[in-house]
Design a protein around this ligand. Structure first.
Ligand code: PNS
Length: 165
């Protein structure tokens, strides 16, 4: 039997991508043959960056990883995963506070599609306090976000939040 290639999905809002997300992408990519980073399109939240801008930012930073692709999706994650032939959903856990939300989503996704497994990776300690929400808050209040997001993302954040571009 030919070996099956493992396609994993890393879904999220990525508004914007942080160094915590990037670390998860790097480590996740080593565990599968293809990793699709998938941005949810139909979000209730008002995003800072459009989906197209987020795709662009993600593509810039995942460029060194040939097995990583960037895409976006609408609707149910498990339906999109099935369309892509993905058997793994990858998510990160930073702290115990993430666990409840992640468990709920993983169990709902399992109920909807038992063939797809959610795999959790623990965030690296140095990134375990970073979230897109806090990064946006800190830069908006004039704080230093160096080292929290990739440099290209920091530039975009400065333009959007401080210069309104
Ligand atoms: O980065 P986020 O905002 O925590 O990501 C949440 C995301 C995109 C993974 C989640 O909202 C999602 O999968 N939405 C798709 C809708 C869906 O499938 N809902 C049912 C299962 S929870």
């Amino acid at each position: 039997m030919a070996p099956r290639s493992v396609i994993a999905l890393y879904p999220g809002s990525f508004d914007p991508i942080t160094n915590g997300h990037l670390d998860l992408i790097e480590r996740g990519a080593r565990l599968c043959d293809r990793l699709i980073v998938a941005i949810l399109r139909n979000e209730d939240k008002e995003p800072l960056f459009t989906v197209e801008e987020r795709i662009e930012m993600l593509r810039e930073v995942v460029h060194p990883y040939p097995s990583v692709q960037v895409d976006s999706f609408n609707g149910l994650l498990v339906e999109y995963a099935q369309e892509k032939g993905a058997c793994v959903i990858l998510r990160g856990i930073r702290a115990i506070s993430d666990y409840e939300y992640e468990l709920q989503m993983a169990l709902m996704n399992r109920r909807l599609c038992p063939a797809i497994e959610t795999v959790f990776l623990m965030a690296k300690e140095e990134y375990s306090f970073i979230s897109s929400r806090l990064v946006k808050q800190v830069i908006g209040l004039g704080g230093n976000i160096a080292g929290l997001v990739p440099p290209s993302v920091e530039v975009r954040l400065r333009h959007r939040v401080l210069d309104g571009r």
